[in-house]
Design a protein around this ligand. Structure first.
Ligand SMILES: Cc1cc2nc3c(=O)[nH]c(=O)nc-3n(C[C@H](O)[C@H](O)[C@H](O)COP(=O)(O)OP(=O)(O)OC[C@H]3O[C@@H](n4cnc5c(N)ncnc54)[C@H](O)[C@@H]3O)c2cc1C
Length: 642
């Protein structure tokens, strides 16, 4: 029995051709404009206030559109983007170390294991330089060098220093910039902000996205909001694994509701497992903590040479240590990309050379850096990360090496969008981590913030015009049949969740789903394991709908109800992720199929068979549509960091 059906191939109709350096310029010029007087008559709903949604809402409102913005946190500036630590890439070449727009483009296409669109990635690299100017103008306090220029550090998968940072709080500082820009427009009355509201359904009228159904998380009230276009900036879905570095609230519901209504979901199996996280410490845990990749600029990764060596790290002499990243990948050393570093950590732990409880850890050691630069210099760069590590583990990383292990961190998959960032539902645009574009099968460090802000400040404000130029669209009555039906879908589903009245908590289901996903759709996947996982997920989902207990009522603050809805969507997404991983019988980036590896254990792609984006259509049996990827500039080659 097949878990999917094959559908027709698709193509990105908005993609420009011609020389790659001119594509974005030409697309902007060919896009229709909306005259300023008409913009006031057009309303755009933006779901999400992270770096993607916050920057988009502020920019669209600044341009004169009416914006209605939603987030489930109590303030827009608590969006998950605030957690980002290490930095944001831009091809400024301040270091004069050989960087350029073209090199950032090249690194990103290669880093994504040749599974991203060249046009999109080139545009991202091009726009990256504008982001830094914009943020500096807003007052974002990027780190500076002695001479006053903005400082840079390196992230994985590159041999230049192009990462701009604000200590270990880059996301927070960037988000404060976007939030201030939003607040200005809220003050001017151009953005109406709805915090603590969760979108639970998309409203489609006459084939176009025209609104959303939301639940007020404080009162439980259900309302419908109608507009001329809808933008989803609702973030990633790493929490399908239960344990991840993502904020606990991160979920897939907004995207999944759109998917169920016709938006294709692309490459769901591409998950990023980040190599440097604090290892799991027990079954009580509900979240994992990232130690920023920036630490690999100065920290050296190692394990004991001998299996089962349980001596304290300080007692293991140099010649009995294996600095395995430096050994296997001498060109990039500790700064290999995340997928490579994570798999290498797994391999040495599988060999029995892991450290710490259960042997699931490797050392990240700063002794060399402290000796070379002095503790104050290390503290100035990474102080808050060291403090966080010490608070969580009780160990002082200035004295003993950090212990780290890979954990789920980011999702490259997401709703399929064209070059204009429009989904397969007209009028529904998707930006930031919620879409699938730009990172291919593996995202390089410091490029999520770059993509979110590129989409929100620069790309969407240019492409949405083209769609809105044919508006304002016909006014829709709240009594419209399709609007009423969308609202009923929400109330029926909430009633169903509340009425099961079983004996198992939502969290226990979520945790079990997470275990299945990690075991069979995590760092290494096999045909057998994925097939098993699909069966297990289906069984668990059935059990969920007969045994879940959601206490309380709908018309009140009810966090169990919120979680139940999100976990119900995670079940469906988890199954699709396994199906996508099963169909892709190759290894690429974050998707490592054990059956497809080189003799020395590296990922082996099969470009002839799988050189495409897998875009899935919702259905009892999902339908696969392929978008073929062409590489005119960066020709697919074996990705080597040796
Ligand atoms: C610990 C950590 C550190 C990181 N560090 C870096 C880094 O140094 N550099 C880098 O480039 N990347 C980093 N990343 C990745 C990066 O932070 C994220 O990919 C990025 O911030 C996502 O931004 P976003 O705007 O797309 O989504 P988010 O910031 O996740 O925002 C999502 C928004 O959508 C809203 N929302 C979601 N669903 C709904 C709904 N149904 N209804 C209403 N509102 C909804 C939320 O309330 C929120 O406002 C890091 C990630 C983590 C977890």
């Amino acid at each position: 029995m097949s878990f999917w059906t094959d559908g027709e191939d698709i193509a990105d109709q908005a993609a420009p051709d011609g020389p790659i350096e001119t594509r974005w310029e030409r697309r902007k010029f060919s896009a229709k404009l909306v005259n300023p007087a008409n913009r006031r008559k057009l309303t755009v709903i933006v779901i999400g206030t992270g770096l993607a949604g916050g920057s988009a809402a502020a920019t669209l409102a600044e341009a004169g559109y009416k914006v209605r913005s939603y987030c489930y946190q109590d303030s827009p500036r608590r969006a998950h983007s605030i957690a980002a630590q290490g930095g944001i890439n831009a091809a400024k070449n301040y270091r004069n170390d050989g960087d350029s727009v073209y090199r950032l483009f090249y690194d990103t296409v290669k880093g994504g294991d040749f599974r991203a669109r060249e046009s999109n990635v080139y545009r991202l690299a091009e726009v990256s330089v504008n982001i830094i100017d914009q943020c500096v103008a807003q007052g974002v306090p990027f780190a500076r060098e002695y001479g006053g220029l903005l400082d840079n550090r390196s992230f994985g998968g590159t041999q230049v220093s192009r990462t701009f940072y604000a200590r270990g709080q880059t996301g927070q500082q960037l988000l404060l910039g976007a939030y201030q820009a939003m607040e200005r427009q809220i003050g001017l009355g151009n953005i109406e902000m709805f915090a603590r509201h969760e979108m639970l359904e998309l409203v489609i009228v006459d084939g176009k996205a025209r609104g959303v159904v939301v639940r007020d998380l404080v009162t439980g009230e259900i309302t419908t909001d109608l507009a001329d276009a809808v933008v989803l900036a609702s973030g990633g879905y790493g929490n399908v694994f239960f344990l991840s570095t993502n904020a606990k609230g991160c979920n897939v519901t907004a995207s999944w509701r759109a998917h169920r209504k016709g938006a294709l979901f692309a490459n769901p199996c591409y998950t990023q497992i980040h190599p440097t996280c604090i290892p799991e410490s027990g079954t009580h845990q509900s979240k994992l903590t990232l130690m920023s990749e920036s630490l690999r600029n100065d920290g050296r990764v190692w394990v004991p040479l001998a299996r089962g060596d349980s001596r304290k790290p300080g007692d293991i002499p140099e010649d009995e240590r294996d600095y395995y990243l430096e050994r296997i990948y001498p060109s990039f050393g500790n700064l290999v990309p995340r997928d490579i570093a994570s798999r290498a950590a797994k391999n040495v732990c599988d060999e029995g050379r892991g450290v710490g409880p259960g042997g699931l850890g490797v050392y990240l050691d700063f002794a060399d850096a402290i000796g070379r630069l002095g503790q104050p210099a290390v503290e100035a760069k990474y102080g808050n990360l060291f403090e966080m590590y010490q608070r969580i583990t009780g160990e002082d990383p200035y004295e003993v090496p950090m212990r780290i292990y890979p954990a789920v961190h980011y999702t490259m998959g997401g709703l399929w969008v064209d070059y204009d960032l429009q989904s397969t539902i007209p009028g529904l645009f998707v930006i930031g981590e919620a879409n699938f574009s730009d990172h291919g099968a593996n995202r390089l460090g410091a490029s999520a913030l770059m993509q979110g802000l590129a989409d929100g400040y620069f790309v969407l404000p240019n492409t949405l015009n083209n769609y809105l130029a044919s508006g304002p669209f016909e006014k829709i009555s709240p009594d419209n049949e399709e609007v009423v039906a969308a609202r009923k879908q929400v109330t029926d589903r909430l009633d169903k969740l509340l009425s099961v009245n079983g004996d198992r908590t939502v969290d226990s289901f979520h945790r079990e789903l997470g275990h299945i996903m990690w075991e069979y759709c995590g760092m290494e996947r096999t045909e057998e394991g994925l097939t098993k996982a699909i069966g297990l997920i289906r069984g668990l989902r059935e059990e969920f709908w007969t045994r879940v207990k959601v206490p309380g009522a709908g018309a009140e603050l009810n966090q169990n109800l919120e979680k139940a809805g999100r976990v119900a969507d995670f079940f469906e997404l988890g199954e699709l992720m396994c199906i996508d991983a099963l169909h892709r019988a190759e290894s690429a980036g974050g998707h490592f199929r054990a059956e497809s590896q080189t003799p020395d254990g590296e990922a082996m792609r099969h470009d002839d068979e799988f050189g495409y984006v897998a875009a899935w259509e919702f259905g009892e049996t999902p339908t696969l549509h392929k978008e073929k990827l062409d590489f005119e500039y960066v020709h697919p080659s074996t990705r080597s960091y040796k």
